[in-house]
Design a protein around this ligand. Structure first.
Ligand SMILES: [Fe+2]
Length: 314
């Protein structure tokens, strides 16, 4: 008979290998989740795709000459606009920047619909790399403009006659808060963006979801965020295990939230970096449908976009 310690160790090793294999599978297979938001300010139905935290991941089709699966999926949705919430690239200070796959994705989307690109914390650091591989801020911005994307940094555009889109950067020190929650100054968004639209449906791209109180207070009808990669490992009933700032079980890791009639949707993101683990936390492409109608009820839901009304997973 085997020694009980040996049996235990073998069991732990087998569970560890199974977890690694599952994580590798999840990292290569994204899901599409559909969210429907409604407001009397919206005059006609439109479909948006929201991308966040690709971090240079790619989903090969497996067929020679075919576009990657993410590009195919977005093209299949045929959206009215693609909104990018940042961290598509990988940019660590003092290291080479990686942007090639992000630019390939933008090339695949060129001509499909308007594409708006906002910063995450990695794009914020575009000037801090060491190798000029076309990823420093000016060349990168020139390249995304050449591919037809509109770069939005602390400014607003009219996405449609009835919908305004704004994108706001977040000060680096607020990303760096570890083991504690960062606090954004009450008038920060107004200082950066001016007043929110009152007569149009106001969408705000803000990379970190930790400032929903500020976003709702400013007047964002819909805030779109990412950054937390779903919390790395999602535990049923508890949500995401940890954020990049080492906060544990933060409810904002993924999902849909409401506050004072305003909505925030947080993507689990499409890639990883540094901590390359995903368990019960598939990468996520968000398909958001804007519909004319009554506003949301003021309740908060913190988990599992796929389980919400109107959600679709595939
Ligand atoms: Fe991020």
């Amino acid at each position: 008979m085997e020694h009980p310690g040996k049996v235990l160790l073998s069991g732990i090793a087998a569970a560890g290998m199974a977890a690694i294999a599952r994580s590798e599978y999840e990292r290569r297979h994204f899901v599409t989740n559909r969210q429907i938001v409604s407001s009397p300010k919206i005059r006609r139905e439109r479909n948006l795709v929201f991308l966040s935290d690709l971090h240079e991941n790619v989903y090969p089709s497996g067929e020679p000459g075919q576009m990657d699966r993410l590009s195919q999926e977005i093209r299949g949705i045929s959206p009215d606009a693609v909104l990018i919430g940042g961290d598509m690239i990988i940019m660590h200070p003092g290291r080479p920047c990686r942007s090639r796959r992000t630019l390939e994705l933008l090339a695949n989307l060129a001509g499909l619909c308007p594409v708006y690109y906002a910063d995450g914390n990695h794009e914020d650091r575009l000037d801090q790399g060491i190798a000029p591989d076309g990823c420093f801020r000016d060349p990168f911005l020139r390249e995304i403009a050449r591919l037809g994307a509109v770069y939005l940094r602390d400014r607003s555009v009219n996405l449609f006659p009835d919908v305004r889109l704004s994108a706001c950067t977040i000060p680096e020190q607020l990303y760096r808060c570890r083991f504690r929650l960062p606090v954004m100054e009450a008038d920060y968004l107004e200082q950066r963006l001016g007043q929110a639209a009152r007569d149009r449906y106001q969408i705000l791209l803000m990379h970190s979801p930790q400032f929903f109180r500020n976003a709702a207070g400013w007047g964002a009808d819909l805030t779109l965020s990412g950054h937390f990669h779903g919390g790395t490992i999602r535990i049923p009933g508890l949500g995401g295990l940890m954020t990049p700032q080492m906060q544990f079980f933060r409810p904002e890791c993924a999902g849909r939230f409401t506050r004072d009639g305003k909505t925030m949707i947080v993507s689990r993101g499409l890639g990883t970096h540094s901590v390359n683990i995903r368990l019960n936390n598939r990468p996520e492409l968000l398909w958001i449908t804007l519909k004319p109608g009554r506003e949301e009820e003021a309740a908060r839901t913190g988990d599992g976009t796929a389980r919400l009304r109107g959600a679709r997973t595939r």
